[in-house]
Design a protein around this ligand. Sequence first.
Ligand code: GDP
Length: 534
Amino acid sequence: MTQKKLSFIDEVKRRRTFAIISHPDAGKTTLTEKFLLYGGAIRSAGSVKSRRSSKHAVSDWMEIEKQRGISVTSSVLQFEYNNFCINILDTPGHQDFSEDTYRTLMAADSAVMVIDSSKGVEDQTKKLFHVCKMRGIPIFTFINKLDRAGKDPFELLEDIEKVLGIRSYPMNWPIGEGKNFKGVFNRHKKQIEAFGGGNHGQSIAKAVRGDIYDEKFSDLLGSDLHEQIKSEMELLDIAGDDFNLEEILQGNLTPVFFGSALTNFGVEPFLESFLDITMPPKPRESNLGEIDPKSDNFSGFIFKIQANMNSAHRDRIAFLRICSGKFEKGMVVNHVQKNKKIRLAQPQQFLAQDRVIVDNAYPGDIIGIHDPGIFNIGDTLSENQSDLKYQGIPQFAPEHFAKVYTKNALKRKQFLKGITQLSEEGAIQVYRKPNIGVGELIIGVVGVLQFEVLEYRLKNEYGVDLVMERLPYRYIRWVEMDNFDSSTFSITMDTMIVENEEKDPVLLFQNEWSIKTVEERNKGVILREVSLLR
Ligand code: GDP
């Protein structure tokens, strides 16, 4: 299909970039796949999953995801729908990787939260939601699996409001449930959308649309269901929150959609309303003030680094979120933090699980850049303004610690290489005790599953058998103090002083009492809970 050439401004306006979060198994992957189906990026449903499990497994260490049935990594996909260009950022479903989720959310302009209608708000939903809330972006809710018996819709809304503490506005309302899930009432358009039989979600679901009082729906839905939806809608109009765009855009009110990703019911109404409500990329904060996406200067920041995505090449990719200007293949940009010029020669984009070389990209898009080891998470790239820096990405405080080393002295080099690599990716935090052996390191992680990933990746990618001894520390504090001297600094028996890679002093505590005591004993010390922005 030949497409009319769009202006730069039009390209920016049609961009929508969102992250998708959920408790494992709520249906994130299925819904993502259906978006691709509706966007025409794949021809029939089922292809993404099957390819994922066969030769297209993105990396061999994703084995760990398969074994445990969780999604460890986040990936990026782009597709087109109704002339919009949409970027989806997938996030890990497990809270142990919430730091990765947060970084991904930094690159997103809104978030979609998928909830299983039979479960309601689950543990991980809660944790991921709070990470989302920290970012202050609009959050959309898709209540999934309406084709199965689930909780009452009113109960589900109450759950969202009580457990998550966010008000909700149902954009549509389910008509029937389980085998009897016949369609939705679209409150915005004030019309019923009754779904046709479909073919188990393989292809796009057809819908009959019309006014709620249209008599044809008595036949299509059955008169009982038709009467029920009419009275439920009257109730909702009286009882519920009002639609308020401003509140939605500020993340204080979540628009809620009901549907079934499996059968495709409700996927299209969701996409349409979502695109209606969300905005193109907004200006972003930087050290030079807000940067308008429509400005001429190409700029963006790295929010994720991932190595060894392809075991045949052992490559390392830095994911860049474009914030302003037009990207052109081969362009030379400033790496602001390193004060260096680099050429973006072979940048990649991720389309329906395929990687392609991209010629042009626009604000809101994510491109993957080959990383020879020069990027850090949070780095800014900018074409003209060589001093432009986007807001840094905070490091989460690790809550689990372990001493790690390898018994095989011949593998020490690989051991250090692997640890450095994973630390640069932001998968672990590395500390050193000033007086312990060179081959011993202290690793901090936010969630214990990260230890498993560390062990697995060191074995599979670097051939290193790791010895890991868990340490009893639970709290970390970054020390701020003039003339810090570890020999005179007073700590409690159960506290340890370590150094980070910049050789700054860091304290590991087992309990809050010790934190207080150390503060009291050392005049002028400030113990920070979060490390300063990178
Ligand atoms: P994820 O872990 O959130 O990515 O969840 P998946 O998309 O992998 O879905 C988990 C399971 O739920 C799979 O067996 C899906 O087939 C199933 N599933 C997803 N969406 C629906 C739905 O709308 N209805 C039903 N009945 N099952 C669904």
